[in-house]
Design a protein around this ligand. Structure first.
Ligand SMILES: Cc1cc2nc3c(=O)[nH]c(=O)nc-3n(C[C@H](O)[C@H](O)[C@H](O)COP(=O)(O)OP(=O)(O)OC[C@H]3O[C@@H](n4cnc5c(N)ncnc54)[C@H](O)[C@@H]3O)c2cc1C
Length: 250
């Protein structure tokens, strides 16, 4: 088996996003933008701890920027170590991996995230708004609380500016009191019913633009349990299996 090529990335910045989620901004050794597709991740290693195993982190920034970022929830040893890095520190990582993205340029994208699973979707949304500005995109975003929904404010601003991008929160541990949020867990049936409702609304508003959600691609990202449950319930609700892509954070 081929050894993974290891790269020493330089930490430019770490910043808190919510109480237990932070962003780390990294620079490639050459200073050139990292080449990747939105949805990919890198593996990170801390060889100085004597542990050979690495962990994976999705890239949260869009391709083409000078530097790239990871968004990390502090859970255990590895994520805590990442959170304690300072500007100028070096991090051992790999080149980008993974196939968590759509190959199409115009199919409607239905992104379904729970918690920190939203990280690759930030990359995709910013990338698509630039490359394919009219592409229909929906983000269904589950979080325990509204204030814990990382990038929420940024997504809300984007949704106001770009009618093709719509956001819906599902908040489980409080009454959200927010026009884009409802209380409770999401499931495939709720998601599909909202899509068909929006589709009708959209054609009525715009007189139809030829783009409907029949050929939508569904991307699910979050914990193993969340990903598995949504994958099943979307299929049970009628979403074609071949149009569903998953990325489980374990
Ligand atoms: C392809 C891929 C992409 C990933 N991208 C990201 C990313 O963008 N951002 C990110 O923060 N993480 C991401 N992860 C998860 C990441 O790789 C680590 O597993 C995570 O940071 C926990 O590692 P740790 O050593 O800090 O905690 P651990 O020591 O592994 O865990 C500490 C405790 O938390 C529990 N735990 C672990 N994970 C979870 C969880 N998801 N939810 C609830 N409890 C948990 C464990 O059971 C344990 O009790 C990704 C994983 C994969 C496979």
């Amino acid at each position: 088996m081929n050894e993974e090529r290891k790269i020493k990335y330089e930490v430019l910045e770490t910043r808190n996003e919510t109480e237990n989620i932070f962003t780390v901004v990294l620079k490639t050794p050459s200073g050139d933008p990292l080449s990747f597709s939105a949805g990919q991740y890198i593996n990170v290693y801390f060889p100085e701890t004597g542990k050979p195993e690495g962990k994976s982190y999705s890239i949260s920034s869009p391709p083409g920027e000078k530097n790239f970022s990871l968004c990390v929830r502090t859970i255990g040893d590895f994520s805590k170590r990442l959170s304690s890095l300072s500007p100028g520190d070096k991090v051992t990582g790999t080149e980008p991996y993974g196939y968590f993205f759509s190959d199409s340029d115009d199919s409607p994208l239905v992104m379904i995230a729970s918690g920190i699973g939203v990280s690759p979707f930030r990359s995709m949304i910013l990338d698509q708004l630039k490359k394919n500005p009219g592409r229909p995109m929906r983000l269904f975003y589950g979080s325990c609380t509204l204030s814990g929904a990382v990038f929420g404010k940024e997504f809300e601003t984007l949704a106001k500016k770009h009618p093709n991008f719509r956001l819906r929160y599902f908040i489980t541990r409080e009454n959200p009191g927010h026009p884009l949020a409802e209380r409770g867990r999401m499931d495939g049936k709720k998601i599909l019913s909202m899509l068909s409702f929006e589709e009708k609304g959209e054609s009525a508003e715009k007189g139809g633009n030829g783009k409907n959600l029949n050929n939508a691609e569904f991307l699910i990202c979050g914990s193993i349990e969340f990903t598995r449950d949504l994958w099943r319930s979307l299929q049970n609700a009628g979403a074609p299996e071949e149009n569903i892509y998953t990325e489980a954070f374990f």
